[in-house]
Design a protein around this ligand. Structure first.
Ligand code: ADP
Length: 584
């Protein structure tokens, strides 16, 4: 059989933004590659932590001149063409009357976004036009600092937000100032890489079989080959294994570190699957053979989720999303159609190459073509007798349960990079959850993208992604005042240190108090600025929250078992026992 292999160049294991085939800035700066750390999950925890580097929050003076040094300001044209507009004028002149030039008054009070590490025009456009940010392109050789062993480079102080198309290193985060925000959490591959996601979901499934039953049955090959072989054989009373009788099941095989449908194939043959997984780790899943069909086509949903805090977790769900359609009429898998990728895969990167692919031409007709809006799908499902509210509730539940599994590792990394941070808001991340519906309209999680594509090939793409990005920026609470406050506090701290010769340290109790105050302020700030986002964790329903907390607790126990063999949990219990006996 023919494998559904894409001809595109293979990419690094640190996935490229999906759907985006542009030659990215790969050569401009080296990328963080989790596989450079380790292919093996067990080692990756430890090795990645060892890269977290200095945890002093990034050295450097907090002097005002650092923040307001030589400004480079760009207009719309200049960004597109890569030119810098030198003049910053208030009064119109012959050339800035030309509409193509957007010359802005030099204004240090605007929020500054560093767009050096993004190629997405929409990020720049939304920053400038919707959120009135100032754009800068500041090259920062942060990856080099880790990989080439040239530690010590500082990040620029001149930005408030930095947008990266690909993942950041712990080293990068450890060098950020407390008022700066970046659009990735270090270590996000813990839920976004196919094999880590599967392994961690399966660990939770063993603890909560009914609650964690929202992903197709999965095996990690080659490590779980014995369990996988059992799918094809039965063991008789005399201990002999025989081939299973009856209808053959279909499996979908995915290289563990690729995306955009690359390297994926369908198979019903154990030998074929085992062969293909000998040299390269693969995630093998039961194929959902009866998907929900619209116009006889298979589709999946791209749901946008913003993670904005890991300790505690803060998860936002965006009401705008997309549905990506396959381009050949769906038929149940049989040997003769297994290799028809236009029928079985819904990736845009694959289906746009089919002559039958119809691009959506009008953002208001969002129920047309092979990419439609989430809303259009929900309306249609309602017409067909389903309950869209229930479906959305189930999808939100899947999202929270999935992110819960990454919480211990993400918060551990966050804390080791920025031990003094009490805001829990230096990182935010827009994730793309891929969900498929089966014929009963039950949602199944397929994967989580840490760099969902922000390419805008159609007006509908543009409309939806603009809202997702713009609403995320609105939640961030970046401002000139915040930056000033940071400078003031640093100055104050420095003065105290000079006067007393001591470092001003606050105790745990005080820290917790400040943390709680900040959390309260944050709720109030974000409540009015959500736009299309909805806070799904913590949520309003206290019973539901408690349930999620219990999953987080379990995820922490598993992490503790994994990293210390459960020692830290035992130590905590002993401490509590001691405290109790003193009180009695
Ligand atoms: P990638 O990251 O390469 O896009 P996915 O896991 O999203 O990998 O799979 C690609 C496509 O394959 C999905 O969009 C979906 O259409 C199809 N697919 C993936 N897993 C399954 C499954 N278990 N059952 C049915 N279809 C699947």
């Amino acid at each position: 059989m023919i494998k559904l292999v894409q001809t595109n160049q293979s990419i690094s294991n640190n996935k490229l933004p999906d759907n985006d085939n542009k030659a990215s800035k790969q050569n401009k700066f080296s990328r963080f590659d989790p596989d450079k750390i380790s292919d093996d999950e067990d080692n990756s925890w430890a090795e990645d932590l060892s890269q977290s580097g200095g945890s002093d929050g990034g050295g450097g003076r907090g002097g005002e001149e650092d923040y307001y040094g030589e400004e480079e300001e760009y207009g719309e044209e200049s960004i597109d063409k890569g030119h810098k507009i030198e003049a910053l004028e208030e009064t119109p002149t012959a050339h800035n009357q030309d509409e193509s030039y957007v010359i802005r008054k030099k204004n240090n009070k605007r929020v500054t976004i560093n767009v050096y590490c993004t190629e997405y025009e929409i990020v720049k456009k939304v920053s400038r036009k919707v959120n009135n940010f100032k754009l800068k392109e500041l090259e920062e050789d942060h990856e080099g600092a880790v990989i080439k062993g040239q530690g010590g480079q500082k990040l620029s102080h001149a930005w408030d937000i930095s947008w990266h198309d690909l993942a950041i290193t712990p080293d990068y985060m450890s060098k950020m100032q407390s008022y700066q925000k970046v659009n990735h959490f270090p270590g996000m591959y813990v839920v976004c890489r196919k094999n880590f996601l599967a392994r961690n979901l399966m660990k939770m499934q063993r603890q909560f079989p009914d609650e964690y039953s929202f992903f197709p049955k999965t095996w990690l090959l080659p490590s779980e080959q014995i369990e996988f072989r059992n799918q094809f054989t039965t063991v008789s009373l005399n201990g002999k294994s025989n081939p299973k009788q009856g209808k053959k099941k279909t499996y979908i095989v995915k290289p563990e570190a690729l995306s955009q449908g690359k390297g994926i194939f369908l198979s019903r043959s154990m030998e074929e699957i085992m062969d293909s997984c000998q040299n390269e780790g693969c995630v093998v899943q039961r194929y959902i053979h009866q998907p929900y069909l619209i116009d006889d086509l298979k589709f999946d949903l791209r749901i946008y989720v913003m993670l904005y805090g890991v300790n505690p977790l803060r998860i936002y769900f965006h009401e705008q999303g997309l549905a990506r359609f396959a381009t050949e009429e769906y038929q149940c898998p049989v040997n003769s159609n297994l290799d028809n990728l236009y029928m079985h895969l819904t990736n845009y990167a694959i289906n746009k190459n089919n002559d039958k692919f119809q691009q959506n031409e009008d953002e208001d007709e969002d129920d047309q073509g092979h990419k439609r809006s989430l809303n259009a799908i929900l309306c249609l499902l309602k017409q067909e007798g389903h309950d869209p509210e229930r479906l959305l509730r189930e999808i939100k539940d899947i999202i929270v349960k999935t992110l819960v599994i990454g919480q211990p590792y993400l918060s551990h990394l966050y804390k080791s990079c920025q031990p003094e941070d009490l805001d829990n808001s230096m990182c935010f991340q827009i994730l793309g959850f891929d969900v498929i519906l089966d014929h009963k309209c039950k949602p199944w999680l397929l994967e989580v993208n840490q760099s969902p594509s922000f390419s805008t090939d159609s007006p509908l793409d543009y409309k939806i992604k603009k809202q997702v990005i713009g609403d995320a920026f609105n939640l961030l609470n970046c401002s000139h005042e915040r930056r000033q406050e940071h400078i003031r506090l640093k100055k104050e701290e420095m003065e105290k240190r000079i006067m007393t010769g001591k470092i001003n340290k606050i105790n745990q109790e005080e820290k917790e108090k400040i943390r709680q105050e900040k959390l309260k302020e944050r709720f109030e700030y974000e409540e009015d600025r959500m736009g299309g986002y909805e806070l799904i964790f913590p949520c309003e329903d206290e019973t539901q929250n408690k349930l999620y907390e219990s999953y987080i607790q379990k995820a922490n126990d598993l992490w503790d078992d994994f990293t210390t063999g459960g020692k830290s949990k035992k130590a905590k219990e002993q401490l509590n026992e001691k405290k109790n006996s003193i009180v009695q």
